[in-house]
Design a protein around this ligand. Structure first.
Ligand code: ADP
Ligand code: MG
Length: 704
């Protein structure tokens, strides 16, 4: 049993949050910073110096020796370069600890080795990191000691975004402007700002560290590339919400403590569907803070797992045949005075503002379904989306019974006169309290579901940053709001115009609404009939970024320029090709050096056994002979598939970088990898367990 934790005391203790700033900063400086956080604007160097000094003093008290600009380049993970606070030695031989405003505001990491997709030639290696004062600095304590981490944006010399944060902040400004514009039309004169709120539920697997280290595929690719199914998978559904075992509970406790100290509101934790799979969800926060926090969550899960003798797998599909991991991106719009614009109230049919906003979101998602799909594309997610795994690769919107009924009324008769209400839930047990039933049941199969007062985008991969989906959501909804405002600001009769617009939006985009089972084959057919895109892979999704309407919407709201989009497309193709390349090479390595030798060893033993038994005078050695025949035939298949993969892999490597190469990896290398996996998985079921060169699925999933 660990010590008793006082959450309210430790929460945020390692964050330079509002309390810390208020305590430490002179009133005038504090006010200036708060204004900039709320309204934007430039920080003068004098003020920055004061903030930097106080931040440093605070960090040093927490044990910090270094600071780092913590940024999110296009690698999907965060990057940092540490500088210590020490100055050049004084004549006395001592050093001072210093941190200037300039160092706080701007950094210049040698950026040449971060992906830039051609935006910055290597001879112009300069990249800048700029402090994002809307996400608080924090002190991270780990094996490196304690480090002051300053969330920063990362751009090129000419101001082009080289990261995830810059476009996210731009998209937040876009939706803020358009949402406020829309609110004004409804007579709201008091809200000054609208911010997207985001809560990301994070799924992950835990496996034993020693076993992890015996598998090169887990080490290099983060997922298993071979592996036969154990006798028991997830068919009993006994893991989901099951009792959390002590070892895992102790891990979760440490994760929570770490996260709370860093101001991350870790809230829920439970076992997920697959064995060894779990989930963590924080309370929602402003989008850019939520994106940063999700990165902190992923890093913390990994670090604490190692301390507990385990490894945390964030890959979208660590085990074939077992549920993969995703991230649910919960999204809503909230004003600075606390109004959730996605709250329908009790009688949504009368809530005209809500209905307009809802109809705009439906329109945005329908018009940019491909772009939204792309925002969830990463190499690992290819094994989930559209690959017989939840959720499907078709974007559709779930509204639930109540809202669908309202939309139906609006579309068919032009007016909505009623809202279905939730009733009292009868449990049939007198001692249980009466429960109000929600007006809407849940639908777990929808990729984009309305869940009470927010939308939940469920396509996102577990390892991916949630920045991209939120950039897309903010931008496309900003466009729909802007279109609506263009019409309504000119309208002579506002009431009538709103009414017509709501009807038009819903009627024009009703095809995206689907409340049924998103995992069924029937839906795939139905979606095709409706003309909804079904984009089954990352390489197929990437071009969505450069479609005319995508470029138009991003440029209109200043979120991405065309050349920034082009650079991202290039980075993504490369990222895909590199990822599959690593996987293919890992398979080749494992098959050549571990699996084939083990199988040869096993067949030799069988052959020896046959010879010895015959020498002992028994002619009929049928069992061993049969197994030997099967093994040998599978071994031949394996060797052939291995040679084939080698050849194709060499061809792929020789191709020039870009789309063609990524497509080649997808169309040729991936199938060759699958062809190699097949006989190997069959062999695993045949060969003596003692001789199999790596832990099995059963070992990994059930013996954590
Ligand atoms: P689930 O049943 O899908 O687990 P929860 O109600 O537990 O749903 O919420 C999941 C996530 O949604 C949490 O991170 C929560 O903070 C977040 N969330 C709740 N309300 C909002 C909102 N208005 N905007 C954004 N995220 C929200
Ligand atoms: Mg959820």
């Amino acid at each position: 049993m660990g010590d008793y934790v006082k959450v309210s005391e430790i929460f945020g203790e390692n964050v330079f949050n509002d309390t810390a700033m208020q305590e430490r900063l002179p009133k005038k400086v504090y006010k200036k910073l708060k204004d900039i956080i709320a309204e934007g604007g430039d920080l003068d160097l004098e003020t920055a110096d004061v903030i930097a000094h106080e931040m440093k003093e605070w960090a040093i008290e927490k044990g910090a020796t270094h600071y780092t600009h913590w940024f999110q380049p296009m690698t999907g993970v965060t990057a940092e370069k540490h500088d210590s606070f020490i100055t050049a030695p004084l004549p006395s031989g001592k050093v001072l600890m210093s941190f200037s405003g300039k160092e706080l505001i701007k950094g210049e990491p040698d950026a040449s080795s971060f992906p830039s997709g051609g935006l910055r030639a290597t001879f112009e290696a300069r990249g800048y990191t700029a402090w994002d004062c809307t996400s608080p600095a924090f002190v991270r304590q780990d094996a490196a000691g304690a480090t002051l981490c300053i969330p920063t944006a990362f751009c090129s010399y000419t101001g082009e975004a080289l990261d995830q944060k810059t476009p996210l902040l731009r998209s937040m400004e876009a939706i803020d402007a358009q949402a406020v514009r829309l609110l004004r039309l409804f007579g709201n004169t008091t809200s000054r700002k609208v911010t997207p709120s985001v809560g990301a539920e994070q799924e992950y697997f835990l496996v034993d560290q020693a076993k992890f280290l015996q598998r090169k595929d887990l080490i290099y690719a983060g997922r298993t590339l071979f592996g036969a199914m154990p006798p028991k998978g997830q068919e009993m559904d006994d893991h989901y919400f099951g009792t959390i075992r002590q070892k895992i509970a102790s891990f979760m406790r440490d994760v929570n403590i770490e996260l709370w100290k860093l101001g991350v509101t870790a809230k829920t934790q439970h076992n997920e569907v697959a064995p060894a799979q779990h989930e963590l969800a924080p309370i929602y926060a402003e989008a850019n803070v939520a994106v940063d926090h999700n990165q902190i969550v992923m890093q913390t899960l990994k670090r604490i797992a190692t301390q507990h003798g385990m490894k945390c797998l964030l890959h979208e599909k660590p085990f074939a045949g077992v549920n993969g991991s995703g991230k649910h991106d919960n999204w809503s719009l909230i004003t600075d005075d606390g109004i959730n614009l996605l709250d329908p109230g009790k009688t949504p049919h009368e809530n005209i503002q809500f209905l307009l906003i809802l109809s705009c979101i439906i329109k945005a998602v329908d018009e940019h379904a491909g772009l939204l799909r792309e925002s969830a594309a990463d190499p690992g997610n290819d094994h989930r989306l559209g690959a017989n795994e939840a959720p499907p690769a078709i974007v559709s919107v779930f509204l639930g019974e109540q809202l669908e009924d309202v939309v139906e009324q609006l579309v068919s008769t032009g007016t909505a006169t009623s809202s279905k209400t939730g009733e009292v839930l009868e449990t049939g047990v007198r001692t249980l309290p009466e429960l109000d039933r929600d007006a809407t049941d849940r639908n777990r199969t929808s990729p984009f579901a309305f869940t009470g007062n927010k939308f939940e985008f469920r396509m996102v991969g577990s390892r991916d940053s949630i920045a991209a989906p939120n950039i897309v959501l903010d931008t496309i909804v900003a466009e729909a709001f802007s279109d609506a405002c263009d019409v309504l600001e000119k309208a002579e009769n506002f009431e009538e115009a709103v009414h017509d617009l709501i009807k038009e939006n819903f009627s024009g985009h009703q095809r995206i609404i689907f409340n049924g089972n998103g995992y069924s084959d029937a839906w795939v057919q139905e979606a095709k009939r409706r003309g909804l895109p079904n984009i089954r892979s990352m390489v197929e999704a990437i071009p969505e970024l450069l479609s005319e309407k995508s470029v138009r919407v991003f440029e209109k709201f200043g979120v991405f320029t065309r050349s920034e989009l082009e650079s991202r497309v290039e980075i993504k193709y490369e990222n895909y090709a590199k990822t599959v390349n690593i996987e293919a090479k890992t398979m080749i390595d494992m098959a050549t050096k571990q699996i084939i030798p083990a199988v040869i060893h096993y067949s030799t033993r069988l052959a020896d056994s046959i010879v010895k038994i015959r020498q002992a005078g028994i002619e009929e050695v049928t069992v061993q002979k049969k197994i030997l025949e099967q093994t040998s035939s599978l071994l031949t298949k394996t060797q052939n598939a291995l040679e084939e993969l080698r050849k194709i892999e060499q061809k792929a490597c020789a191709l020039p970088e870009g789309k063609g190469r990524a497509e080649f990896y997808h169309d040729q290398v991936v199938p060759a990898m699958e062809a190699l996996r097949e006989p190997v998985d069959e062999l695993e079921m045949l060969v003596d367990k003692e001789m199999w060169p790596m832990p099995s699925y059963g070992d990994l999933l059930f013996e954590v």
